[in-house]
Design a binder for this molecule. Structure first.
Ligand code: ATP
Ligand code: MG
Length: 550
């Protein structure tokens, strides 16, 4: 597919390289290890890694682990796995916490220069005095402490003499700035918490707006890409690099976040779903996480192609979630073996078929990719068809099986329904049909035509398996007033017991197939056992979605 990665950031990089202001580009993907990555992160990952690849630059994976309370080593490992699975290799692997010493030294430098001070105001007082878009902020009574006093207090903050929230270090910039981010932002806070990496070595932690530019500058990042919410923080980003006298000057560029229709991507919400066991983990196939998409059966190619198609712009729009489905269908069309699967079985006895006879029928593994060869499908007197491929009293235009009607069994014969056998409750238990030996698939039979073709599996030899069908986690018409947890779709998971062709017995976790008429399915790695394969539906076969013409 055409590389659509042409975008404004790419243009900036080309200009920088041409002008010689940058000799080799360095980008970074900087997740906070406080949750698993989601499809929105995939956009940032692809952007950073693909730009660096294209211009022979480097990309670091950097864990932005400056908030000890929410972070965990489990997330670090999961994030590494997801980035690798998406197909990328990082150059440097860093933790922001490795730079705590340097960050502290730079903060001391700011104090010495009169550019930072220790403030005793509470978080709430600071917020109240920050002013609004129309009103300037008020200066803290502690703003004019002497350099000596600030140095002493900051050191004692570090030594652990003060309780959480008792003091902060603030930049001394301008309480009347029209940009609220520049009204003496907090640089350090006290938190007596154990950090996943530095343990109890620190009890003061740098704030994002102070830490991030320093992390970038320390690593020599040339183009620091972030989402649009940080546009107003850029003057502060530049201030930190300048006032901390960093040798390397990184530049921040903002792009639009990826949002998907009817999908919530905030890690906080996703974590809530996991903690409250609404889903069976971060990798539940309904989750918009990378690990959820992987378990569902999405391929790295499909995600990369999707992200590329979405492109990069200066506005954040909401993308139709069906576009992601489109790309996995496209990717699997030629790769996935075709097979017949019966999700809701109804037994059919072919009364004129010899009792002990079994035939092996030939079928292409993938008619769109003949190189995949031929598979064999057993056929005998008893088969299963899909319950909804039969109706006792069909409406007009129903061309599948009903009493007296003839249909084609895919890859096999024409059958006609003669009898409907019911149980005591009057429910259809099985059908008695007859087949016409003349009509064998591939025999060139042209005697008559039938309008319906249905799929089936051999009742004796078919492999019993479990199918898991998914729908959106959130109700489409969710009430904006209600909390997200009250807007959950109660029918987001349907579990069915059915059958597939016996040739699927060796399917391995994450193997993918196209089930005739049902769509694409992938073997679930969590619930599949040596006794029973569990298939996750990735997507149905068809969608009303079409890619916009560009
Ligand atoms: P969330 O708000 O979902 O918790 P976050 O932005 O806090 O996400 P980080 O771990 O800080 O998550 O993000 C790492 C990188 O991924 C950042 O550079 C961020 O801008 C980018 N990113 C996060 N979400 C999206 C998104 N929806 N679209 C594009 N980039 C994103
Ligand atoms: Mg974040």
């Amino acid at each position: 597919m055409e590389n659509k990665s042409s975008n404004f950031i790419r243009n900036i990089i080309m200009e920088d390289l041409k002008a010689g202001t940058v000799s080799q580009i360095v980008t970074r993907f900087p997740p906070e290890p406080n949750g698993y990555l989601h499809i929105g992160h995939a956009k940032s990952i692809c952007l950073n890694f693909e730009l660096a690849d294209e211009f022979k630059g480097k990309t670091n994976l950097r864990f932005d682990d400056t908030n000890p309370v929410k972070e965990d080593a489990e997330y670090v490992e999961a994030i590494k796995e997801d980035v690798k699975w998406l197909g990328f290799e990082w150059d440097g692997l860093f933790f922001a916490s490795e730079y705590f010493d340097e960050m502290y030294r730079r903060a001391v430098l700011l104090i010495r220069k009169g550019k930072a001070y220790v403030d005793d105001l509470s978080a709430e007082e600071i917020r109240e005095m920050r002013g609004t878009l129309t009103e300037p902020g008020k200066e803290s009574p502690y703003r004019n402490r002497s350099v000596e006093e600030n140095l002493d207090l900051f050191e004692r903050m570090r030594k652990g003499e003060f309780a959480d929230g008792a003091k902060v270090l603030r930049a001394k910039i301008d309480m009347a700035s029209p940009n609220i981010n520049l009204r003496d932002p907090v640089l350090y806070r006290i938190s007596h918490a154990t950090h996943h990496n530095t343990g109890n070595a620190w009890c003061i932690y740098p704030m994002y707006d102070y830490a991030h530019p320093l992390e970038d500058a320390i690593e020599g990042v040339t183009h620091s890409l972030c989402t649009l919410e940080f546009e107003d923080h850029r003057p502060l980003y530049d201030w930190v690099i300048r006032e901390c006298e960093m040798e390397h000057v990184s530049r921040q560029y903002e792009f639009g976040r990826l949002n998907l229709t009817n999908t919530v991507m905030s890690k906080r919400f996703l974590k809530q779903l996991v903690d409250e066991k609404v889903v069976d983990g971060w990798d539940d196939p309904r989750m918009p996480t990378i690990s959820g998409l992987r378990r569902r059966g999405y391929t790295p190619e499909s995600i990369r192609n999707f992200v590329r198609e979405v492109g990069v712009s200066k506005t954040s729009g909401t993308v139709d979630a069906r576009m992601l489905e489109h790309f996995v269908r496209e990717d699997l069309k030629l790769k996935a073996p075709r097979t017949m699967a019966v999700l809701r079985p109804l037994k059919v006895v072919i009364t004129n078929y010899p009792e002990d006879q079994v035939e092996m029928l030939d079928a292409e593994v993938n008619p769109e990719n003949l190189e995949m060869g031929i598979r064999q499908i057993p056929f005998s007197r008893e088969i299963y068809i899909e319950q909804d491929d039969f109706m006792e009293n069909p409406p007009s235009k129903y061309f599948r099986l009903f009493p007296g009607n003839e249909v084609r069994l895919k890859h096999a014969y024409f059958i006609t329904c003669n009898d409907v056998i019911k149980d005591e409750q009057g429910r259809v238990k099985e059908l008695h049909c007859t087949y016409d030996p003349e009509t064998k698939s591939g025999s060139g039979f042209t005697g008559r035509k039938v309008k319906g073709t249905i799929h089936w599996v051999d009742a004796k030899q078919a492999l019993p398996v479990e199918f898991r069908l998914y729908d959106s986690l959130l109700l489409e018409d969710k009430d904006e007033e209600k909390s997200l947890l009250d807007s959950l779709n109660p029918n987001s998971l349907e579990i069915l017991q059915g059958f597939v062709e016996p040739n699927m017995k060796d399917a391995k976790p994450l193997d993918k197939f196209q089930f005739f008429r049902h769509g694409y399915f992938s073997v679930d790695p969590k619930y599949t056992t040596p006794e029973r394969i569990v298939f996750n539906q990735i997507v149905s076969l068809k969608s009303s979605f079409e890619l916009p013409k560009s």
